[in-house]
Ligand binder design. Sequence first.
Ligand SMILES: C[S@@+](CC[C@H](N)C(=O)[O-])C[C@H]1O[C@@H](n2cnc3c(N)ncnc32)[C@H](O)[C@@H]1O
Length: 247
Amino acid sequence: MSDSDSDAPIDPPTFPGLTTSSPQAPSISALAHHNDTFPGRMYHKIYGRYASDYGKTVSRGERKREGYISSTLTYGEVLFETFAELFRVVEERHGGLPEGGVFVDVGCGIGKPVFAAALLHNFRKCVGIEILEDLYKVCIECMKTYTNEVKPNLGEEKSSNLQFSFLNNDALEVDWSDADVVFMNSTCFTQSLMIDLSYACKNLKDGAFIITTTRRVIGPSFLLLEEIKMEESWGDATVYIQQRVQR
Ligand SMILES: C[S@@+](CC[C@H](N)C(=O)[O-])C[C@H]1O[C@@H](n2cnc3c(N)ncnc32)[C@H](O)[C@@H]1O
């Protein structure tokens, strides 16, 4: 997709082996009720100040200014409610999220999954990697809001055991092999990027979860645990929950 007026991937390209979207996959949007929880309220302290399309506007501004046309840079976001529901699915149906583990968002945009993950589970480190500089700068702005307005509410144990790291870089140039949970909102990632990311995911430890949208990581090292539909800023996406296994 080029830098069109709409960032909605209405007709994402399909690549044999990378996409197995099934219309019967159950949807988690209807179960959303997480905004009124403590993590939900803290999350909205960070993001409530921005318009819902702020990330898209910032991304589009940089792509236009710099002349970037790669479809891989197309912007879309998770919604807190459905992302929280996705975590609940992993927790209840797939043996649970690792305690004190590392969460990485590959292509983190303005950081929504990173802060959501940090608030929803007791990760020790939450990392966002974003190639576009303007989006990365918003993550740093959000980090300030977190430090000033959210962290003081979290309690000593959680706040002192939780680290964040935002990197303005190509995810293929960064080592994130220590991740226990990798999230990629990969609907618009190209086939070649997904192949490169699949190689990177081979370096993850056994048992690491890899959660992607629309396209999966490929190879015998990845076990597909579940396919589910999740509502996002641009509509429903198929989510793949996979796990790194020894093969
Ligand atoms: C669909 S957006 C997802 C944003 C965020 N993860 C979310 O779900 O709210 C995908 C992001 O990946 C970024 N991206 C694309 N290719 C990348 C790469 N090679 N390294 C790092 N970020 C990348 C894009 O700039 C975009 O912000």
